[in-house]
Design a protein around this ligand. Sequence first.
Ligand code: NAG
Ligand code: NAG
Ligand code: NAG
Ligand code: NAG
Ligand code: NAG
Ligand code: NAG
Length: 367
Amino acid sequence: MYVCCLFSFLPLSHCSPSSSLLHFADCNYAKGRWIADSKRPLYSGFQCKQWLSGMWACRTFPRKDFSFEGYRWQPEHCKTTEFEESEFLKRMQDKTIAFIGDSLGRQQFQSLMCMASGGEWRMDVADVGYEFGLVKAPGAIRPDGWAYRFTNTNTTILYYWSASLADLVPVNATDRQTEVRMHLDHPPAFMRRYLHRFNVLVLNTGHHWNRGKLKANRWVMYINGEPLEDKGLVDLHTAKNLTVRSVARWLDQQLPSHPRSLKVFFRTISPRHYRDGDWNTGGNCNNTTPMTRGSKVSKDESSDAVIASAVEGTRIKLLDVTALSELRDEAHISNYSAKTTNNVSDCLHWCLPGIPDTWNELLAAQI
Ligand SMILES: *[C@@H]1O[C@H](CO)[C@@H](O)[C@H](O)[C@H]1NC(C)=O
Ligand SMILES: *[C@@H]1O[C@H](CO)[C@@H](O)[C@H](O)[C@H]1NC(C)=O
Ligand SMILES: *[C@@H]1O[C@H](CO)[C@@H](O)[C@H](O)[C@H]1NC(C)=O
Ligand SMILES: *[C@@H]1O[C@H](CO)[C@@H](O)[C@H](O)[C@H]1NC(C)=O
Ligand SMILES: *[C@@H]1O[C@H](CO)[C@@H](O)[C@H](O)[C@H]1NC(C)=O
Ligand SMILES: *[C@@H]1O[C@H](CO)[C@@H](O)[C@H](O)[C@H]1NC(C)=O
């Protein structure tokens, strides 16, 4: 099939069967535009109570404007099919999809659970966290992650909290007050231990790479088994760059001998939209009108150079969501949540249903 000839932007020399296939396989999902679609959202923010955290369920907030829910991302030159939960689950028969990352990864996980269940209450979904050691430790507020299985298709979807993608080793496992070694050049133990069971792995990191988070978590950076002892001298951009390159390289090395046809995606950073201050200085994201920043992404390169360059030359795929999410400043939690006090806004996390659903649509199209 000489499909590419339909596209006048391609020179005729590209119109061979092989290059047209290559063209679709390599199409850039990050380029395209947001368009209004009455079939959005893909699930109800009222109904997906089984997996959607109350703190992200904007339908339950005193928010009046939900126009942000009514858009889908249309990649420019990629063949896309509408996400359909039963088709997706059938395709994912006997497969395990793992998200490893920070709270934005957890949002993507909850979004996929809602999408795959149609946002309906499901009795046929089993909690299988124990299979992956994801159980609440004594005294902990929550487990380090969650794992659920759609029993009809034997499809497992899980999330593991690893905000930095570095291996965290407490100096004293029984004393929560001691420091935690953050091995920048070691993938998290959870990843090393369970990788052989995954068919799809989606990574992300980004917003925890700041001094405040490191200090609050008592994370002390290590390289080569030695403390960096930087006292603020080591640039955190460099530390993050080193870590994401290290994890990408390690995963790339695992792929040839992996027992399943594992596909690894590194999601690019999810943008924040604080204006007139930061989260703790009265910043806000109070716009409610969609697409005031435009609806189109036309550039070829990713807006996240760190992650894009970390996967370059590896078999890890880029799940490039940064530029398309940049356009959606109206779709954050903002200051509507019940927990909102005074002028504190969450312009980092997204309302669900919302933007992470699009990330999952792009993921589903590529697996
Ligand atoms: C479910 O899938 C796993 C592989 O992910 C396989 O090992 C297992 O046998 C399957 N279980 C059933 C009941 O088919
Ligand atoms: C670890 O912490 C526990 C509890 O504080 C303490 O009893 C124990 O001695 C510590 N172990 C080491 C090796 O410091
Ligand atoms: C929204 O924020 C902008 C910029 O911080 C501010 O100028 C404007 O007054 C705010 N709008 C409302 C409705 O409060
Ligand atoms: C909003 O935040 C700023 C910066 O933290 C603070 O100075 C100000 O008092 C806050 N305003 C209210 C109404 O809480
Ligand atoms: C990340 O590290 C690589 C290799 O050291 C370097 O080439 C690249 O410029 C770095 N990127 C950033 C954004 O620091
Ligand atoms: C949220 O911010 C808007 C202005 O941007 C303000 O009018 C409103 O009172 C704030 N809501 C809460 C709950 O603080």
